[in-house]
Design a protein around this ligand. Structure first.
Ligand code: HAM
Length: 432
């Protein structure tokens, strides 16, 4: 036997039971995004490699070791499977001069790719819903993003998702903090692990993010960025917090929250849960005021966030969330050549009236077809044999409620199905 091939490690198939939950979730998310006035944008999955190097930063885990990059064999161009959506979204906005029409509220969703070590909640192909607001400079949009998230957790019935907040200030403020931080860490150089020593002069801020338990007191006592913020940055940060307090959204200021992508400034935030094990960040984002200019556009402030769909769905399930399995309204059983032709006409006629119809394909006895009708979850079977085909009528059989099979003419079928469904629903609701 030929050996079957497997999916790439860390890249998962989403099978129908699960994919239905995804669609349910995506429906909720789409309504939620519209209710805040965000509009969809779709970008390519492959982008020129320099886009991510410039946007995310050369000295970041993503760019240093996690990107799926390759050379286009036909023209030698360096390409990368997108590891995130912000860079692509900003690239698209610049390329299509979207900001000349004014500020933009945008969202996207789809697969992202990072060559990380796969584990529960961490995959090499994962999916994000990303939200970007381009051309807004006030703390109001930062607060809007955070309030949006809080509302979505509510809509989804998610509990135990906590907000962590920080401000990274401006590049100047960060530079001053960096100098003090490096001096402090230099003073404790012998305690740093290999990663810390490596980052000391390339990306010292990231050392604050270390998970190494032996370094926790060292980083806890390190100089805090917040103490280096100037008046404008503090005012901005306070502005965000006032709006969060007004809305009753609680948060913790986490001085060590620095984010793993270089484009951020001022407000950064993460929504974290302890319910998912090590990969507990379900959503993260912040302000990135220099990125548009850095990617070749006219300077424009911006802010956004992205959430991991796999992690959110895992949390939703953990709290008992379940999507109703998709069921047809009608299963069409048919036996014989003429019956099959009538079955196709009947099914199309019903679909034309908006019903979901599963037509039995592949033959088999009436008995085996009726079993399949039952297993499909459809409340009604339309049954067509040679007798029915000869008269142009079909049999209508309720599968859940009482009542026997009745004969119905094709042109009265949609009404009869509607009536039958109505009766069954009333019974289920207990109103009959
Ligand atoms: P990020 O923190 O790299 O930010 O990713 C955002 C979210 O994507 C994470 O909080 C997590 O839920 C999910 N995620 C990331 N990596 C993985 C993975 N390997 N497996 C499963 N889920 C994952 C960004 O990507 C920024 N572009 C967010 C942003 C948008 N900032 C401003 N606008």
């Amino acid at each position: 036997m030929i050996q079957a091939l497997q999916a790439v490690r860390g890249m998962n198939d989403i099978l129908p039971d699960e994919a239905e939950a995804w669609e349910h979730f995506e429906d909720i998310v789409r309504d939620w995004l519209r209710s805040y006035g965000y509009r969809p944008i779709r970008m390519p999955i492959v982008e020129p490699t320099p886009l991510f190097k410039r946007a995310i930063g050369e000295v970041t885990d993503i760019v240093e070791k996690e990107m799926y990059s390759f050379e286009d064999a036909l023209n030698g161009e360096q390409l990368t499977l997108r590891p995130e959506g912000t860079a692509s979204c900003v690239r698209a906005a610049i390329q299509h001069k979207m900001l000349s029409a004014g500020a933009q509220r945008l969202y996207y969703h789809g697969p992202m790719f990072r060559h990380e070590r796969p584990q529960k909640g961490r995959y090499r192909q994962f999916h994000q819903i990303g939200v970007e607001a381009l051309g807004f400079d006030g703390p109001d949009i930062d607060a809007e993003h955070i309030l949006m998230c809080a509302r979505l957790w509510d809509d989804l019935g998610l509990e135990d998702v906590k907000l962590e907040l920080n401000s990274l200030g401006s590049p100047d403020e960060r530079a001053r903090h960096r100098a003090e931080l490096v001096a402090y860490l230099e003073g404790h150089r012998e305690r740093l692990d290999d990663d810390g020593k490596r980052r000391l002069h390339t990306n010292p801020l990231r050392i604050l993010d270390t998970k190494n338990p032996e370094l926790q007191d060292l980083v806890d006592n390190a100089p805090r960025l917040l103490d280096f913020l100037g008046e404008d940055s503090l005012k901005h940060f306070n502005g965000v917090q006032v709006l969060l307090k007004d809305a009753g959204v609680s948060y913790r200021i986490n001085h060590r929250l620095v984010r793993g992508l270089d484009y951020y400034n001022r407000t950064v935030f993460e929504w974290v849960t302890t319910r998912l094990g090590a990969q507990g960040t379900v959503c993260a984002g912040g302000r990135y005021d220099s990125l548009v200019e850095q990617l070749g556009g006219r300077p424009a402030p911006a802010a956004g966030f992205a959430m991991g769909i796999e992690r959110l769905l895992a949390l939703w399930r953990e709290g008992g969330g379940e999507a109703e399995p998709a069921q047809p309204d009608v299963y069409v059983v048919n036996l014989g050549e003429q019956a099959q032709r009538l079955a196709f006409r009947a099914a199309e006629a019903l679909r034309g009236h908006g019903f979901a119809v599963l037509t039995h394909c592949g033959g088999g006895s009436f008995k085996s077809q009726m079993k399949k009708a039952d297993a499909s979850g459809a409340p009604i079977a339309v049954v067509i044999g040679d007798d029915e085909a000869a008269t142009g009528e079909v049999g209508l059989k309720p599968l859940r409620g009482p009542g026997g099979q009745q004969r119905v003419a094709l042109d009265g079928l949609a009404n009869a199905v509607a009536e039958c469904l109505f009766t069954e629903n009333e019974e289920e609701d207990g109103s009959l």
